[in-house]
Write a protein that binds this ligand. Structure first.
Ligand code: URA
Length: 319
């Protein structure tokens, strides 16, 4: 293996070990017979064009509307991710989160499985229309959520990443694969729970060093944009227990300010629904120690016990 290829593979390995969801190199470009790949240039010194792996998804910055005379010929256009409208609130500015709807979830209309399914589908369509203006280079689609409309157990993460944006489904990247295992370990399957997020749009920023968009936690403004949809999803599904994954999810859902270490393992309440915060699977992937795995497993076991107790006694209320 040439030195350049070795370095390229090392970058890839580091990216993967860090839990990066978008890898800068992955696919070989083979020069077509009639120069169909003529645009693909060797970017790794010493490698021929046909040996160079092309990015899976290239970020193409929006053209900045400037008059030609103002553009100095030798200066490159800056690679800045087109900010979503939600993200364009000045840093540090106070953002009012939409209030949690009043009253216990048990005061919401009781719905059949078919009604829940219909209402969720209608809500998803509304969200797609309402959030269409926020789509661009970073978020290319609305990731609404998926699962059993009548699920007793609901998982809530912070927001979609690259893979989720590509597929339109929540938790399908590396974190999602780990979440699937956690769900199975709890005695459920993915289609028997509901999986949603605080944000319905991918949040990512341009990382100049890595030369690509990197997923990041949502800002308060982005959370404020997603929360009304989540509140309505919960009101329709009416789960018995919610598991929040990571700090932004519990903070934005319940409005707490403590650290993840202090919050996890303790019951919280959202409109009378029992809420258990635990670490995000992405954190577990980064810090996959027996201690952290044990903490998450103990949180999930508490959830399984709680559901069992509720089902045995017919109780719904958080406490
Ligand atoms: N992380 C999240 O919080 N949500 C997803 O859907 C994917 C990754």
């Amino acid at each position: 293996m040439s030195r350049a290829r070795k370095i390229a593979h090392q970058w890839l390995a580091v990216d993967e070990a860090m839990g990066a969801v978008e890898v800068p190199i992955a696919r070989r470009v083979t020069a077509g017979p009639r120069g169909r790949t003529a645009g693909a240039k060797a970017t790794v010194p010493g490698l021929a064009a046909e040996e160079v792996a092309a990015p899976v998804r290239q970020f193409i910055p929006r053209p900045v509307p400037v008059r030609p005379a103002q553009v100095p010929p030798a200066v490159e256009q800056p690679k800045i991710a087109a900010p979503s409208k939600a993200a364009s609130v000045a840093p540090g500015a106070e953002v009012a989160l939409p209030p949690i709807p009043a009253g216990s979830i048990s005061e919401e209309p009781q719905l059949t499985q078919a009604q829940k399914s219909e209402r969720l589908a209608a809500l998803a369509m509304q969200a797609e229309t309402a959030l269409a203006d926020y789509l661009g280079d970073v978020a290319t689609r609305v990731v609404f959520g998926e699962g059993d409309p009548g699920a007793q157990l609901m998982f809530i993460g912070e927001g979609p990443g690259l893979e989720e944006d590509r597929t339109g489904r929540p938790f399908v990247g590396r974190s999602g694969q780990l979440l699937d295992k956690m769900i199975v370990a709890m005695g459920f399957t993915r289609d028997r729970v509901y999986i949603g997020n605080i944000c319905k749009l991918r949040a990512a920023s341009w990382d100049a060093l890595a030369n690509r968009l990197k997923d990041r936690p949502p800002t308060a403004a982005e959370a404020a944009l997603g929360l009304p949809w989540l509140h309505q999803q919960i009101a329709i599904i009416q789960p018995r227990v919610i598991v929040t994954l990571g700090l932004p999810a519990i903070r934005y859902l319940v409005g707490v300010t403590e650290s993840m270490g202090a919050l996890r393992g303790h019951w919280h309440a959202y409109r009378g629904i029992a809420v258990m915060p635990t670490y995000h699977p992405a954190y577990l992937l980064r810090a996959y120690s027996p201690e952290n795995r044990g903490k998450v497993w103990s949180d999930l076991q508490a959830v399984v016990r709680r559901l069992k107790e509720m089902n045995e006694s017919g109780l719904d209320a958080a406490g």
